[in-house]
Design a protein around this ligand. Sequence first.
Ligand SMILES: Nc1ncnc2c1ncn2[C@@H]1O[C@H](COP(=O)(O)OP(=O)(O)OP(=O)(O)O)[C@@H](O)[C@H]1O
Ligand SMILES: [Mg+2]
Length: 360
Amino acid sequence: MKSLELENVKKAYGATPVLDGISLSLEPREFIAFLGPSGSGKSTLLRIIAGLETLDEGEVRLEGKRIDHLPPGERGVAMVFQQYALYPHMSVRENMAFGLKNARVPADEIAARIAQAAQVLEIEALLDRKPGQLSGGQRQRVAIGRAIVKQPRLFLLDEPLSNLDAALRMRTRIELAQLRQRVDAAIIMVTHDQAEAMTLADRMVVMNERRIQQIGAPMDVYARPANTFVARFVGSPAMTLAGAELAEGYGAFARLRLGDGTIVSTRVPRAGLPASGLQIGLRPEMVKVAGDGTGAAANVELVERLGERTLVYAALADGQKIVAEDEGASRVRLGDKVHLRILGEAAHVFGPDGAGFHAT
Ligand SMILES: Nc1ncnc2c1ncn2[C@@H]1O[C@H](COP(=O)(O)OP(=O)(O)OP(=O)(O)O)[C@@H](O)[C@H]1O
Ligand SMILES: [Mg+2]
């Protein structure tokens, strides 16, 4: 049986549509990451699933049962907010017990659940402290603990790690990965951090403009972006998109001519490609600074040294911006004229409507 199922969920605030036909289904115990720009409706969708917001159209089912008309407490869903409001006057233990007491769970059962969650999250020593006596990361764990003790069938985490510093974030990320091994529930997490999504999620859902743009395993989305939005949104730095036209050639694969005349031989099937209005998509690792003076001439506009590799932001002869890669010990400097070798085998092609075509 599926875990969560969303069917054609629509939502508008007044005359402004926010979600326009969202459909999605989760496997049991699946971990899904939601990615998308600010305002794309991620929190709204989570709040609809949790029952904190109504939907205008569509259905929400959990394990086969319709839940969109149930009050939040009866849905089997627990949500952790970005602003993890803990009750400041209650101890950690009382914070975790609060919802269960309201649901009339027996006291010994509450104690047992708290003990177990505290062990999983390693907050046993903190149970009698007040939230004000905890670090940000510890408070975050208490907020997650408060969700765990409800024993939900689905966890909704809205940017749970965004208030943490880099080191703590990394540790909590590992904790989340371990947590998902131990809880028998599906998890949806909203994040702005792609590395987080890539590390934790079985599948990621990329949202933009009220709709799901793509659903897939992180590496599939990275390797086969459905459209130009996903292509630019997933991966850092963003993929270069450059206007291109089909060059003559009789092979099965498309050869493209860039604006400066450079020909790129792709592994994208020529059949089925629109005749005009194409763009080629190149990730930095597909564009190398050539030491031998062959390839497309370019002017270097910025050099970003990352240690193990160097990113070279350059402009081709026609002004087209392009991001290339060089080795860590690169000698390229700002203002240099370089040559770029484009590795066309992994290039993407996008049609006039933005739809992606990929190497076979
Ligand atoms: N209660 C509300 N009344 C009116 N408009 C709202 C309300 N809540 C959200 N919106 C609007 O709905 C859209 C989606 O908001 P939402 O909070 O779901 O975005 P998000 O994807 O979570 O963004 P972020 O990444 O910034 O958290 C935004 O344009 C927002 O302004
Ligand atoms: Mg949000």
